[in-house]
Write a protein that binds this ligand. Structure first.
Ligand code: 5GP
Length: 118
């Protein structure tokens, strides 16, 4: 079944290794195994959800806290420095290309990124 025991559940449980770049009470952030940009980090909430669409059933404060954490991680990575910026992607469901059914935000940056979706 989708979303029960994903690779990200295992990373969160420290059952498999990951290159962790940030952790607090609410989120864990680690480097993507197959980076699509100079910096490519994934952020997951510790309270599991399958996708963004699943998050709609959680209190708005949780979802807000997740997005704030994403921005904090990007800042921690130096991506907001000099307003260089970054891209956040939340693939949701198979048509989007989501392959790991534990909600995660991709943070991409560290270099100019191509136009999205072209
Ligand atoms: P999705 O396609 O679901 O939005 O993104 C899943 C991401 O997880 C992909 O970018 C993929 O490279 C990454 N990924 C898959 N398996 C692992 C893993 O075992 N460790 C890490 N760090 N990233 C992974």
């Amino acid at each position: 079944m989708q979303g029960c025991d994903t690779i990200f559940d295992k990373i969160l449980a420290r059952e498999i290794p990951a290159s962790i770049v940030y952790e607090d009470d609410d989120v864990l952030a680690f480097k993507d195994l197959h980076p699509q940009a100079k910096i490519h980090v994934l952020v997951i909430p510790k309270r599991r959800a399958t996708s963004l669409h699943d998050l709609k059933d959680q209190p708005a404060a949780n979802v807000g806290a997740f997005m704030i954490a994403v921005a904090k991680v990007a800042g921690h990575l130096g991506l907001a420095h000099d307003r260089s910026g970054y891209r956040v992607v939340l693939n949701t469901g198979p048509h989007s290309g989501q392959t790991v059914f534990y909600v995660h935000a991709h943070i991409l940056g560290g270099e100019p990124l191509g136009s999205f979706g072209k």
